[in-house]
Write a new protein. Structure first.
Length: 443
């Protein structure tokens, strides 16, 4: 069957079937991996500071917990380089299976880590190691899941929508992780801080089993099969893409600033801010993020589809501009500490993010030639984790500690938006163009 796919002799019906399977496998697998990754962020904002840094005051404990949280982001470019290499060498499918296994094991083991009261600082050290494993796993996941979907697209005017479905895995993972925490928070009550938080981490092993079963049943993409048949496989894709596409890698990282930094402020730091500082209900914030995730189920594919109509770059510029303004509205609503206003602020917070995240997968992946696409898109995408996603909760916490106002954080978001607008304007836009042939003549 794979040889048929490679020669391009599939019927239209068969092609649609394999496309559907690839999209489903990419989306479900990505949702599981992001469940694992987000679960740590939620726990970091709610319990890790208390359990693993009890000798510090609450603000310092939160900073330390988010410090370990940030280490996972530093590890993501490492995962991008490792799995980008194999994704361009041996294929998208095999690499996606490996990332899912790595991520799942790292998350499951978090459930077993003893606290400070049991083994002292070693608990935080073990958490750090597991967070690095998580970061490496998710660092290799994104590029493969996007390419597995996008490279099955037959028409040039649907790639934005098709590539946005793996992005859909992010709100799905966010929804599942917060739902799990909310459920066990309600069920275990005061015991949640003691042991209830561990159950969602342990349950991840079941989700990984489901994801593996689904991913084992898909075919390799026609684009990669074409590279194999034409003997265009690059022996050292990571050094080669750094040499030939440095501009696209850097721009890919910079254009993510106003999408990724606010996202982790809106979904991770908000627990420390709303629950810890404003003394809002933990369950209210969890419920609001759940509803925000559901909104993203619609808005991410919607904006991916719109990018097919008006162009990837134009859609992205609109989203970055909206985000630059929205930060001030967001913290203005949060600071009222009025429950319904806080709820609304959190629910709508992901829409400016989704205006960028929907078209982002295709915008970045299309910028790289096929034989280097996994490595290049993964490196560009994951480098943003070092400058945006990882530091964002730390920067937000430090800004509030220094200025005692959420508007200082809103200014930080606005600065990210300005950088994104400049980077996006310089990014090539391949909307509607053929991406199956090599963009250059280098063999």
């Amino acid at each position: 069957m794979s040889s048929t796919a490679a020669t391009g002799t599939l019927t239209e019906r068969e092609h649609r079937l394999y496309l559907r399977k690839a999209v489903i496998a990419s989306t479900i697998g990505t949702a599981i991996e992001w469940y694992d990754f987000f679960l740590y962020g939620t726990a970091a904002g709610l319990v890790f500071g208390k359990l693993y840094f009890p000798e510090f005051n609450p603000l310092s404990a939160t900073l330390n917990a988010f410090g370990i949280y940030a280490i996972g982001f530093v590890a993501r470019p490492v995962g991008a380089a490792i799995f980008g290499h194999y994704g361009d060498r041996i294929g998208r499918k095999a690499t996606l299976i490996a990332t899912l296994i790595l991520m799942g094991l790292g998350t499951f083991l978090v459930a077993l880590v003893p606290t400070y009261n049991s083994i002292g600082i070693w608990g935080a050290i073990i958490l750090t190691v597991l967070r690095v494993i998580q970061g490496i796993g998710v660092g290799g996941e994104w590029g493969g899941s996007v390419l597995m979907s996008m490279e099955w697209a037959r028409t040039q005017n649907s790639r934005g929508l098709i590539a946005s479905w793996p992005q859909f895995g992010v709100p799905a993972g966010l929804f599942l992780s917060n739902l799990a925490v909310l459920a066990f928070s309600t069920w275990t009550g005061s015991a949640f801080v003691t042991w209830g938080w561990r159950v969602p981490f342990a349950l991840s092993i079941i989700l990984v089993g489901v994801g593996l079963w689904i991913r084992l049943g898909i075919l390799e993409t026609p684009v990669f099969q074409g590279l194999v048949s034409r003997q265009k496989i690059e022996p050292a894709p990571v050094p080669e893409v750094i040499r030939t596409h440095p501009r696209e890698i850097i721009l890919s990282a910079l254009l993510r600033l106003s999408e990724q930094a606010p996202f982790y402020i809106f979904t991770a730091f908000v627990f420390a801010y709303a629950v810890g500082l404003l003394k809002m209900s933990r369950d209210l914030i969890l419920a609001a993020i759940l509803v925000a995730s559901v909104v993203s189920f619609v808005s991410i594919p919607l904006f991916g589809h719109l990018s097919d109509q008006i162009g990837r770059r134009r859609m992205y510029l609109i989203g970055a501009a909206v985000m630059g303004v929205f930060g001030f509205l967001y913290f203005g609503m949060l600071d009222t500490a009025i429950p319904w206003l806080v709820f609304v602020a959190i629910v709508i917070s992901l829409i400016p993010h989704d205006m960028q995240y929907g078209p982002q997968a295709a915008l970045i992946a299309e910028a790289f030639t096929p034989r280097l696409r996994y490595s290049g898109s993964s490196l560009g995408y994951q480098l943003a984790s070092v400058i945006a996603g990882g530091p964002a909760p730390l920067i937000a916490t430090a800004l509030f500690a220094a200025y005692h106002t959420g508007y200082a954080i809103a200014i930080y978001i606005a600065v990210c938006a300005v950088i994104t607008l400049i980077a996006t304007a310089m990014m090539p836009d391949y909307t509607g163009q053929d991406i199956s042939a090599e963009y250059d003549e280098v063999a």
